[in-house]
Design a protein around this ligand. Structure first.
Ligand code: NA7
Length: 546
């Protein structure tokens, strides 16, 4: 495949396209590239003012990868891999945004991306076999193929606190962080939320602020990131090792460079176990989560023992024993929620100007004009930061009124949990492909790796349709039911399914998100890819093509 392509040109006035892609993040950018390659006319609609999706929006202080940078970039172009140098093992947000802009310009993709364009609705027209897509400003478009690349964490949610709009200081959700620099010097700052985002913000702004109050509802098991700059020597080694590394990433369950240790926790001596865990704690990135003993995420006893190891580390690092106990999760084991990767996070709580408020002990009552009122009184702030997360995976779909055959909405269809075929389609929604949709392997994955698989599969299907004169494809109800059951069964033995978090679709800030759902395919990316490939090889088994 040449790295420069000539594509059908679409002017700003064109309103009918072969394909429309929703979202210009990592998925949407690559999907546009692949559809161009097929010679299709494409328009990408993006809500934001620029490309990058997650890496456009999340510009809060400290936002960075927790996958190794070189494992995260696109793999589809050897030239791109050769020319791009990541500066750190876990690159910060500005660099990733710059990278994605570089990709868009390098492959001349920008002319088909329409920013400031939020898709409000998409309705299937059965007679025409087209999708009618309408933006929130009323502009209307049509297409044959509709591809959502809306991302699993793009529907940000604020707490439903009384008075939240009354605060007269500055306040931001981390996802909607302003483009202008924020002056923290001498400011009294509150951070609500201690997930992966909260942890990154807290450890980054703590040295900059006048005072910092962290509102924690649920403690998380955080482990060290051990980030470093990439030396010239390492850069050369990384580049020379790309083919072998990408081959390895194809084999590991989450497409990380870390692979599960085949041993069971209790199959080794206590000394060997301790030494292994010490080594993992000292290693960079997710190896502690992904390369631990094979039973740490499935066996309660193994999980409890490892959780105790991490608790010990927290006790060693936090001087005040009461604060340390608050920072140690009590209701869930290590790795059953997303593991925040930290750099000096626990030491922040040793600083004299940092306070931790446990909102289960001291609940937030309301936001006032000048601060936050808790059960024990009002705390005054200049800045409130909401690191309160997302209506994960389903929320970004719910925010678009998607109507399939007979006017059925996707929201209704998924009201009792997602129903999909391969996490890429839904019965009753022809010619709609959901990149990184629910029941897909990608939200348990080093996401660009799974995105490339999703996009390649979707593009191959569209090419097949084009080559065979197929104007309409749809999953059968039966295939959808079988896949959905299979996904539920795979998750059944996993400890994370018994814990509230975005991984199980729980969000106290959103009506109705109080029932745990299986949102991800848990069989691992290699098995997922095999299943998708087998469906394609069998002439798109489980689908009606016409
Ligand atoms: P998360 O992981 O969902 O974290 C959100 C945090 O906000 C979490 O600590 C929540 O506590 C807290 N929260 C949410 N609503 C409230 C209210 N109403 N009151 C108090 N505290 C609240 O989102 P992140 O943005 O940190 O991370 C999302 C993913 O992005 C992450 O996993 C990475 O994959 C990248 P809770 O735990 O619900 O008690």
């Amino acid at each position: 495949m040449p790295d420069t392509m000539v594509a059908p040109s679409t002017s700003a006035e064109t309103t009918t396209f072969d394909a429309i892609v929703i979202g210009a993040g990592i998925g949407g950018i690559y999907q546009l590239y692949r559809l161009r390659e097929l010679g299709l006319s494409v328009r990408v609609f993006e809500t934001g003012g620029g490309v990058g999706g997650t890496w456009y929006w999340n510009r809060y202080p400290g936002a960075r990868f927790d996958s190794e940078s070189y494992t995260y970039g696109y793999a589809f172009s050897k030239d791109l891999l050769k020319e791009w140098n990541w500066s750190e093992h876990f690159a910060p947000q500005p660099e990733t945004e710059q990278y994605l802009n570089h990709v868009v310009d390098r492959f001349d993709l920008r002319r088909d991306i329409q920013c400031h364009s939020r898709v409000a609705s998409a309705a299937w027209d059965e007679a025409a076999r087209m999708w009618d897509v309408v933006l929130d400003d009323g502009r209307a478009y049509r297409c044959r193929f509709l591809i959502t690349a809306v991302g699993p964490l793009s529907a940000d949610t604020l707490p439903r606190f009384e008075g939240i709009g009354d605060f007269r200081g500055q306040s931001f959700h981390t996802y909607r962080w302003p483009h202008e620099a924020i002056d923290f010097a001498g400011k009294r700052v509150a951070v609500i939320g201690t997930g992966a985002t909260g942890v990154q913000v807290i450890q980054t702004i703590a040295p900059l602020v006048g005072s910092l109050t962290v509102f924690q509802r649920t403690a998380n098991w955080c482990t060290p990131l051990h980030n470093k700059r990439i030396t010239e020597e390492e850069q050369a080694k990384i580049k020379a090792g790309y083919p072998a590394m990408f081959e390895l990433l194809r084999q590991t369950p989450g497409c990380y460079i870390h692979n599960t240790d085949p041993r069971g926790t209790f199959e080794v001596s206590p000394e060997e176990r301790e030494a292994f865990w010490e080594r993992l704690y000292a290693e960079p990135g997710f190896s502690i989560w992904m390369a631990n003993f094979r039973d740490v995420l499935t066996d309660l006893k193994a999980n409890a023992l490892f959780s105790e190891f991490v608790a010990r580390k927290i006790r060693e690092r936090v001087k005040d024993p009461t604060v340390a106990e608050r920072l140690i999760p009590k209701g869930h084991g290590f790795g059953t929620r997303r593991v925040p990767q930290e750099t000096g996070y626990y030491e922040v709580y040793n600083l004299p100007h940092v306070r931790l408020v446990d909102t289960r002990e001291t609940p937030i009552v309301r936001v006032t004009e000048t601060g936050i009122e808790c059960s024990d009184g009002v705390r005054e702030f200049d800045i409130i930061i909401y690191a309160t997360g997302f209506d994960a995976v389903l929320g970004s779909f719910d925010r678009i009124d998607v109507r399939g055959v007979g006017g059925l909405t996707l929201k209704e269809h998924w009201a009792d949990g997602p129903k999909t075929y391969l996490g890429l389609m839904s019965a009753g929604f022809p010619n709609l492909l959901t990149i990184v949709g629910p029941h897909n392997a990608s939200t348990r994955c080093n996401i660009p790796r799974c995105i490339e698989q999703n996009v390649d599969w979707a593009s191959d299907l569209i090419r097949y349709a084009e080559e065979h004169g197929i104007r309409r494809f749809e999953s059968t109800q039966e295939a959808e039911a079988d896949w959905s059951r299979h996904v539920e069964e795979l998750a059944a033995g996993m400890l994370y399914t018994q814990v509230d978090s975005w991984l199980t679709g729980i969000n106290t800030n959103v009506e109705g998100r109080n029932v745990r759902r299986v949102l991800q395919y848990q069989g691992g990316a290699p098995q997922y890819r095999e299943r998708c490939d087998a469906v394609a090889a069998a002439g798109y088994e489980g689908m009606v093509l016409g």
